[in-house]
Design a protein. Sequence first.
Length: 301
Amino acid sequence: MNKKCAPDWIAVDWGTTHLRAYAMQGATVVSRAKSDDGMGRLKPADFEPALRALIGDWLAGGNVPVIACGMVGSRQGWVEAPYRAVPCAPLTDTLTTAPTTQGLEVRVICGLSQNNPADVMRGEETQVAGFLHLNPGWDGVLCLPGTHTKWVHLSAGEVVSFQTFMSGELFALISQNSVLRHSVIGEGWDAGAFEAAVSDAMSHPERLAARLFSLRAADLLHGTAASVSRAALSGLLIGGELAAARPYWLGQNTAILGTGTQARAYQSALRAQGVEAMRVDSERATLAGLTTAYKTTKATL
């Protein structure tokens, strides 16, 4: 949906692969648009044209402030928005202005960093802020599944610490480029195989590499179905992640940001460990975070 309208401001979630824009009146979405012009396919000079192509109909009434989050603010993005070191609140009222021509004002939200162990997030801080807005006073651990899943410890409205796991990217690389690609291509999902693999990896994370090859061997020797192998691959990677992230989720209030297949897999894996994690819609959290950023900086726009 990309209809002509007269928004108060425009919210933008600009990641590596996609650009999503929302015409906003206060905290209400009146129109939305998206494209495949993610940061990963653009040069610095391409960002403004890509954005104008998407939101041009919304700018007919004049200059409309744009608040953006995500990889648009990375070193390879439109403008590098600095990292803020944790512990700190997920958002600050200081945003980074992107270079634009006349009639367009774009401000980008800063990311967060952690010195030891070294870690960074960009875009997730906005989702965290939105989650806290939707769940005021909430303390605990927030899991943000994705290509690079993040576990975030929240207390008193601040990000205390966080840890990133490349489980999602590893699943993609292994299932598409390794010898296991021959065993996991297909449809379907075997929940029992997933749960067993999670348990195995959590009990013996040091065996992860060997268990991965066993998936190929089981296919060759026993004709294991792709639905079983694919679910087991996911379970091994998520189980290894849960074993490493145990200090985050053990004995903590836990929430998962997302409602799709990956989020449900994490919820299932945690439930098997006796942790009942609530799930929150990620788009809703992102928009709540962008709205919070707009409200806190509105006086300077």
